[in-house]
Ligand binder design. Sequence first.
Ligand code: ASP
Length: 351
Amino acid sequence: MKKLLLILFCFSLINCAKSQNLPRVIILSTGGTIAGEQPNTDQAGYISGKIPIEELLKNIPSITQKTTVQGEQISAIGSNYMTVDIWLKLARRINEIFANNEADGIVITHGTDTQEETAYFLSLTVNSDKPVVLTGSMRPATALSSDGSKNLYDAIVVAIDPNSKEKGIMVSFNEKIYSAKNVVKINTTSTNAFASPNIGPIGEVYDGKVTFNIQSHKRNSDFMPFDISKIDSLPKVEIVYAYADASNIAIDALINANTPGIIIAGTGGGSFSKAILESAQNATKKNIMVVRSSRVVSGKVHSVYIGDFEDAKNGTIASDDLNPQKARILLMLALTITQDKDKIQEMFLTY
Ligand code: ASP
């Protein structure tokens, strides 16, 4: 009986003492469908973030043969409710874990809706070359044929792979590995929910083995463009969506509210309607930072775009390969250290 209690204790704490030499992984759980619970298992409806990480780990008991794994609950939300405050909390905890050498790798369980945004935020604020891997699921934990346990298992496998060092922040999903900068959610319901339209996945994980095909955004210990240790909030940056005959109502509201930064989800290579263009020119004259991004899922918005959308003439910035939601994150962080347009443009070309 005593022995049984001891075994149970070991399992729930950090799994087993014999695993001292195994790589250590901390799972930071934020919620999402991977922790979702359905009122009826045969229906699609569910509530995000209901099941604690300790429960999810019980579904992959064999992982303890590869690693000591420990869960921590950061939040329990659907990722549509993700906030800058939670991002800061998450990034700080990751930096603390690595600074104190508490783990060799970190896995973050996260809703898929804003997973690419959190991954990109962390890629700019985490100060370590150790692996950080985000994952989630499209089907709730209680669903028939849920993809959560497999994705969680795979993400842990990626986090402890020796080749995952210096790869930056990654998303592991449906047996593919993506870099934070390039990953995008591409489907509302399918289990094959992510892609990297510009560069493809950087690797794959199958049958407990990890293969990297291409190098992700180069990262080493000196790589941390933004120091969040002294930041409690970020400047407001909002997104304006462009479409045929779009009015200036939304952008003017942001200008009137003195919003420090505006991203335009432009049409094509970062163009927009006459009404938005006129307002964008007004905004830059008031020192509001305006970034041209695109609603198109692949390709870049180049800073050499000529004609009506010449950045030098309008005082705008081109987002390069960042989609509007990631451009927003870079601009929020950039504005914490500079108001210099050229420097910010350089950041868009670099990060
Ligand atoms: N609503 C969910 C979320 O938290 C969707 C998901 O996780 O797949 O983003």
